[in-house]
Design a protein. Sequence first.
Length: 696
Amino acid sequence: MTGPATARPVPIPHPRRHVDEGEYQAWVGAHVPQLPAQWVRMDAYRRFVERWPDLETWFAEPLPVRLGFVGEGMRSNGRTDSHRASGYLVYLSLVKGIGLDFEFLLARKYPRLLDRRGGSAGLGVDLALFEQWVARLTELGHSPAKSHSSLIWCLGRLMLYRGDPDLTSITVADLFEFGSAIRAFAAREDFNALRRALFPNGQFLDGPDANRGFFRAQLANLHATHVLLYNVGQVTVAPRIGTRTIEDWTDHLLPEPCPPKIREVIERYLQLRLDAKLDRPQTVHHARQALRRLVNWLGAHHPEITSLAQLDRATIEEYMRWLPSCPSQHTGQPLTTTTVKHELNAIAGFCRDTAVWEWAEVPGRPLLTSRDTPRRPESIPRYLPQHELDAIMTAIEDLTDPLQRAALLLLRWSGARRDEIRRLTWDCLDTYPGGHPRLRIPVGKGHTERIVPLHPDAAAALENAIGLARAQRSIARIDEVTGRRVDYVFVRRGKLLSVKTLFDEAFRTVCGATGLVDDRGSPTVSAHRLRHTLGTQLAEGGARIQTIMAVLGHRSATMSMIYSRISDPEIRRQYETALADGHRIAGPAADALLHDALDDATVDWLKTNFLKTELELGHCLRLPAEGPCECDLMLTCPKFLTTSEYAPRIRARLATEQVLIDDARSRGWDREVERHEATCRRLQHLLDDLDDGEAQ
């Protein structure tokens, strides 16, 4: 999230001064029906005005004084007259437009401000709209009681803060500002004393974790309000846990103190890549982490560097030597080779991009190249053994959460990545003409949509999840990758579920049920291995490289070939089909194969890479040590081999060459005629060799 889409409208300034007694008494007489209550209201008004004749003076006092916990005029109940003036202050805010500050509002209770039974008469609050919103939040999956209490707590204080009873005027900026105020209030040194005074009868539990409990409970109320306002279309910024703005996260991620010139240029760079959609949000996050680590290191080892323009190659080389020994924040172990590679690539990209853009306060030239990053070891995908897979699938079927169950089944049977599954939409499921389910996987890491067949069990679970999403009538969202407005499947309580909730927590439950945990209770396998398992099974089932690429969304055949390396039985089967099952062979390499003239290294390479040697008309047996072919004339290459399986292709190629000969002859291109005739003779020679072999 990039922060508020629109700033909070500047409220009309209202002078903060008291109203005349006659005016307030007329309002009280019209909207407070009981005479005793009217007398209490007016007595509190007179005492408050007598104690604070200048309202601005009251606003400037410390919070305990304004709350009536300390100060002059203390009564027998332990409160001053300021405490009794709550009704008058509500009147000043909602009727006269004098907004109250969040600090004061967080220390007071307003349980009946949005209640039809009393407290809201004459304040201009639309109670019918409030009740509609409670029903809408309940429809999104919140309990009725929680919906009511959360909205009363949050909306009432937002109205009093704005000095405006219009619920529809609350903006996303108000929500973010309220979130910051909650954090600041929970961090007060006198927090426990204030809360103890507010709950004198022991309702408030004192202790070191009291502020944390308040912090979490009130942010949950604010988050529920954000979810509601987003789903009714009043705010356009999607809710996120904690209701933080991008500015809040900036202070969290970059160290303090951080030189202003360094902070400004890094935030500008990351915000540009995010706003212009030059990178996926996850990529921007990784770049931020890499630049943050560099800034931390500079602050510790080179405090004299206050601008990235001072960076030079010698400093970067020193950082490169230190980075592999840096401990990970998660494991405490040195960073892995993959992490080092990604972080150096991110720094190199920052230097390269800002140099091309001619920004100030940056190195202005590339300081790293691709040769500066370590080579990542290429490992075989960790597929699940069959006995572990069977146990995991049984545990997945036993999951009680239908969304988590559907997500893991899709991961098992579709081969989609976790974020791709999380972003599935209502229209993602249909069937092939024969009735078999198929899944449309959204644009993800590969930047392209794809359609894959889906197991019926996964299709049934997904169909149930789609039904649950439709029942919520959650508002359509702007997809962060495509920019289109879509209806997501994996939505609960009006918000899109996170990868952590859908996969990490669910798979932790699954691993606990199957015993796949270590001595600390952490899973010994990851959910992503279900994707690797599908790729391995496709390869072992005889799927072609193109099929594996299409299902798993690989952009490079090299990635899919990794799964073929695992499936040794399939390589052996295809090798034996081509060479050991009676097929006749032809080509310059045929004699060497037939007479066992190939050395052991060549035979070993052939067994391992035979699937990758296929050409249009046969196979090329040129070893990697011999370098790439120098031309396309595979028909005369001594490493070329073909079999009778390719005879139809050779005949088709022969016909094509004849057409080319006729065309070249009609144009008078004698040299082209000669070249195509030579190719025809070579093709015919291959066919003769194959025919001769079959006739023997």
